[in-house]
Design a protein around this ligand. Structure first.
Ligand code: F3S
Length: 70
């Protein structure tokens, strides 16, 4: 089971996560990322097929703003 959310207070809008995991992360009007599956509420289970994308996005975030719970 995996859930994920973005700490919008530390995201610097670098844009990497949406490129790495476009099915999970999107950006608000200011470029700040969020989990678009559950509106960043950390409640929806991420589909298995997207686990690798989310892990890659987590590892690639320069500010460690992507939180993943497994
Ligand atoms: Fe922000 Fe990190 Fe994504 S800085 S745009 S959460 S890669």
């Amino acid at each position: 089971r995996m859930t994920t959310w973005v700490d919008k207070d530390t995201c610097i809008a670098c844009g990497a996560c949406g490129a790495t995991a476009p099915d999970v992360f999107d950006y608000d009007d200011e470029g700040i990322a969020f989990n678009k599956i559950d509106d960043n509420t950390n409640t929806a289970e991420i589909p298995d097929i997207l686990f690798d994308d989310v892990r890659d996005a987590c590892e690639g975030c320069p500010t460690d703003s992507i939180k993943v719970e497994e």
